[in-house]
Ligand binder design. Sequence first.
Ligand SMILES: NC(=O)c1ccc[n+]([C@@H]2O[C@H](COP(=O)([O-])OP(=O)(O)OC[C@H]3O[C@@H](n4cnc5c(N)ncnc54)[C@H](O)[C@@H]3O)[C@@H](O)[C@H]2O)c1
Length: 256
Amino acid sequence: MGRVAGKVAVVTGAAAGIGASIARLLASEGAAVTVADIDDATGSDTASSIGASFRHLDVAHEDEWQAVFAEVARAQGRLDILVNNAGIQDTKPLEDITLADWRRMFSVNADGTFLGTRLAISAMKATGGGSIVNISSTFAMVADGLNAHYCASKAATRHFTKAAALYCADRCYGIRVNSVHPGVIMTPMLEREIHDVTRQRGLTSTESVEREWASLTPLGIGDPSDIAEAVLYLASDASKYVTGAELVVDGGHIIR
Ligand SMILES: NC(=O)c1ccc[n+]([C@@H]2O[C@H](COP(=O)([O-])OP(=O)(O)OC[C@H]3O[C@@H](n4cnc5c(N)ncnc54)[C@H](O)[C@@H]3O)[C@@H](O)[C@H]2O)c1
């Protein structure tokens, strides 16, 4: 018997990276999973490789959220788990961040999490509850001078999670809302960041930047499956007494 057997889950940004790993683990533990992403080609491949469904979703667009949840309700009749994982990151000096950059960052990382959470609450309360897991970052807790807008958007997600948890608990909805805070995890996002910093420093090889990133964390660079295991715990009934919590999975990044 899987740890989320019989549950219905939606994972955003699940075409690649951490989201794909979360979707794979939830599916292997018995959930009916919808992979939701803007990248239709990779998302469809990921979904079919793990026995999940794929739906196009840009998390910044409310109408697309409504369409995904309507389809899940039609096909599955309920929603038990939402993982707000989709996120973007854009390493650049604070003085170069434009208002458009700032708004784009917030539209995906913060607006997306808000929209998904609000609509999932409506769906979940109708069937007695559920679990919402928001993927934030250790950059919600410690700052990085080259990621000011990213840090701010992830801090917004961290605190929004607690407000949402309280809202649901106060109304006895049976809905738990928690955040997970990855540190440095090897995904396409991190690979892009390492290349960007290498280029900004005028280097030809990524080796020294990669070493630097690894040295940020006592346990080195993590794997997407490390985050998926934490999400599985929060999604499953094993965490039935956990809400408004922030689960740091960072190989010791923030204890330095
Ligand atoms: N990799 C890390 O080191 C790290 C650290 C801390 C937090 N995180 C967070 O973990 C989450 C996943 O990161 P990742 O490293 O796997 O990223 P990634 O870039 O490797 O994958 C992100 C996925 O999200 C999708 N996506 C992007 N914008 C979207 C949108 N508007 N709507 C729907 N899907 C969208 C992409 O197509 C992609 O499939 C993000 O929220 C990220 O901020 C990552």
